[in-house]
Design a protein. Structure first.
Length: 570
């Protein structure tokens, strides 16, 4: 993933006058959730800004019943799916509605892309034809001829019209515009040529939603054979978890997650929708099993979600301190980010969720606002305690819930097997006699153990060996929390509550003291976690439906909320 300039909120970003009523109503709702004593906060630099964008995106974008297609190019024996298009089919006519343009980001469980925009943007970029000519002139014809289109649409005429038109080159041109400084697909030589030829800034303000960048995750639902030869579906709880997460974001519980907007499920698709060999192998194995069994469970699921920036692994590997600060020399900043990650793990745990795969590529940094003063802080209220973390305009974000565990769905014996890997006990009698809830609470330490241990290993292998200077208290903090979480997993330390809450109270006392003359930019209240997403959607529905102007402007949002409140999905 790459940080792009288009995710920076601009100082001169204008608020639509027609939204003043909406902002005023949301302001009342915001302060009712975070407390009246915080009314000096600049609400457009706070997380209330995200609430406004959420309403606009739900109102503007609707992928229900749309078909999905992808464009793939083969460069130096590497395959890249560089664009996805959502299209409608009505009255025998296909209409392209949205495009998602970026180099895909690969994961073991799915593929991420970002920059969702209206298809109509193609007609508004006056330089696009010139850039298309540049691509034809500078990219090997064999490579351009390798572009293929794959679709959930079975109509061959539609696919041929996409593949053999000028569209694939135009979309490649659009990708070159948005990735003109850094790209997985284009060579550095080509990027240099492009920047020399097109020296004037090209209008690349493709997002209408400020710093909320819309992305997509696609993943397969397939079948697999377990060690006992039982055939099962790899179905997960990602959609349900995303709705729970929305509740935490919109109730100002935590800023450390991505907003979730819509999803579609397709029963027909081509395996080439993915350029990730791991996923392709899983699907092909699944298809072999389908032939051997009575199962026919294969699906493609597309999730429209907020894109939340660059991964922690990339940031550490390339020392991208520009936006997030120097993590290894500033102890207060580092411990503040780690506090937020563990705080968000606690929020998941409170909802009986374990992320279960929390490594350095599943933490990203979401640029929220770069126009903050040097002495800015976020405030986190946990019961009677108030924590302060330094705020540079970015938050760490936990992503990817494809492997997550939910108490209601997890098998007790599976938890026992997982815990036995850490235990020194010779038998599992103690585990068998324990309630599933207690085992779940014990295993919840896994996310803290994985992320602190991953950071510790990274420092040992990359930084210490290259004589990079790291604040000694950072090493000490990671060591202590890693050992503590391991002791909980291995049953050396028994807890009655989640490890996340215990570790926050034990290791982050330095964030309890409020410094003099600080600027509070955001407030998050842990107890708001008990306000579920349905109650928040009802509040938003009532705010908009009770105002004639807002009702007219956000009519589709009201329709979508009505679907959610009635059927639990949009």
């Amino acid at each position: 993933m790459k940080l792009q300039n288009d995710i920076i909120i601009k100082k001169d970003e204008k608020i639509d006058k027609s939204d003043i009523d909406l902002i005023n109503e949301l302001k009342k709702l915001y302060f009712s959730k975070i407390g009246k004593d915080e009314e000096d906060i600049n609400i457009l630099q706070s997380s209330m800004y995200k609430m406004i964008k959420y309403i606009k995106i739900i109102n503007d974008i609707d992928i229900k019943d749309l078909k999905l297609s992808t464009f793939r190019i083969n460069i130096n024996n590497n395959k890249y799916n560089y664009c996805y298009i959502y299209s409608s089919y009505k009255g025998g006519v296909f209409t392209n509605k949205y495009i998602i343009i970026s180099s895909s980001i690969k994961s073991k469980d799915g593929m991420y892309s970002y920059r969702l925009m209206d298809y109509a943007i193609l007609s508004k970029i006056k330089e696009l034809n010139d850039i298309s000519d540049f691509i034809i002139e500078n990219i090997n014809k064999k490579k351009l001829n390798s572009i293929k289109v794959y679709s959930t649409i079975t109509n061959n005429n539609f696919i041929d019209n996409l593949q053999y038109s000028k569209l694939p080159i135009k979309l490649l041109s659009l990708l070159l515009i948005v990735e003109r400084n850094d790209s997985n697909i284009f060579s550095q030589d080509l990027l240099k040529l492009f920047n020399n030829k097109f020296k004037h800034p090209i209008n690349d303000s493709f997002t209408k939603y400020g710093n909320v960048i819309i992305g997509q995750k696609i993943r397969p639902e397939y079948i697999l054979k377990e060690s006992n030869n039982k055939i099962v579906v790899n179905k997960d709880n990602e959609i349900n978890i995303n709705y729970i997460i929305n509740g935490m974001i919109l109730n100002y519980v935590s800023p450390n997650f991505s907003l979730f907007f819509k999803y579609n499920i397709y029963s027909y698709y081509n395996v080439n929708f993915y350029d990730n060999e791991q996923l392709i192998n899983k699907i092909e194995n699944s298809r072999t099993l389908i032939k051997e069994s009575n199962y026919n469970k294969e699906k493609l699921i597309s999730l429209i979600i907020e894109h939340s920036g660059d991964t922690l692994y990339n940031i550490l590997s390339h020392k991208k301190w520009k936006y997030i600060g120097n993590l290894f020399n500033d102890y207060e900043l580092f411990s503040g980010y780690l506090f937020q990650i563990i705080y968000s793990i606690m929020c998941l745990n409170t909802n009986w969720i374990i992320q279960n795969d929390l490594h350095l590529n599943n933490i990203t940094f979401n640029i929220k606002n770069l126009n903050v003063s040097d002495n800015s802080y976020s405030k986190f209220i946990i019961d009677d305690d108030i924590y302060y973390t330094k705020y540079l305009g970015v938050y760490p974000v936990i992503i990817d819930f494809g492997r997550s565990l939910i108490l209601g769905d997890v098998d007790k014996n599976d938890l026992i097997r997982k815990l036995m890997k850490f235990s020194e006990l010779n038998n599992n009698k103690k585990y068998l006699e324990s309630e599933k809830k207690k085992l779940f609470i014990q295993y919840s330490a896994i996310d803290i153990f994985k992320i602190t241990t991953s950071l510790k290993i990274f420092l040992d292998n990359i930084y210490i060996k290259t004589s990079n200077e790291i604040h000694h208290d950072i090493i000490k903090l990671l060591d202590s929390i890693s050992i503590e979480s391991f002791n909980i997993l291995s049953n050396k330390k028994e807890l009655d509550d989640f490890a996340s809450k215990y570790i926050l109270k034990k290791y982050f006392n330095s964030h309890l003291s409020r410094k003099e003359k600080i600027n509070i930019c955001d407030v998050f209240v842990y107890t708001n976690i008990y306000n579920n997403i349905n109650s928040t959607h009802k509040e938003l529905f009532n705010i908009i439906s009770n105002n004639k102007k807002l009702k007219l402007k956000y009519n589709n949002f009201l329709y979508q909320m009505n679907l959610l409140l009635q059927f639990g999905q949009i």
